[in-house]
Design a protein around this ligand. Structure first.
Ligand code: I3P
Length: 108
């Protein structure tokens, strides 16, 4: 499962806000129990070891995705909470795409 998302890292862990909270266009790939981000679809296919900014894969084990009801600035945004306490806002293309991502992440 994969596709383009726009991502904002909100929380590093439960107590520390992410230092860079700007929105980035990323290409997201769910691979087994992990979520990886790439610059674009081409990079994901051609050089899967080269993630976006060299970031480590995120574990989806005990992660939760849900509609970001409280976030009003953009549409089709869901929140990803990881077991580590890290949190991301992720903007999908439309609500259907958003719901697909939420189901896919929560089924890991
Ligand atoms: C951030 C950028 C984000 C904004 C974030 C800013 O600044 O403007 O769009 O989040 O607000 O810190 P920069 O690009 O300089 O890092 P929103 O779009 O959600 O407002 P925040 O500090 O309230 O998270």
């Amino acid at each position: 499962f994969d596709g383009q998302l726009v991502r904002k890292h909100e929380w590093e862990n439960t107590t520390t806000k992410a230092s860079n909270r700007s929105w980035d266009k990323v290409y997201a790939v769910v691979r087994g129990p992990q979520l990886l981000f790439y610059k674009d679809a081409k990079a994901a296919k051609a050089t899967p070891e080269q993630t976006f900014k060299g970031e480590a894969a995120l574990s989806l084990h005990r992660a939760n995705a849900s509609v970001a009801q409280d976030y009003k600035k953009k549409k089709h945004v869901f929140r990803l909470k990881l077991d580590s306490g890290a949190e991301f806002l992720l903007q999908a293309h439309d609500d259907a795409d958003m719901n697909n991502w939420i189901s896919r992440i929560n089924s890991q």
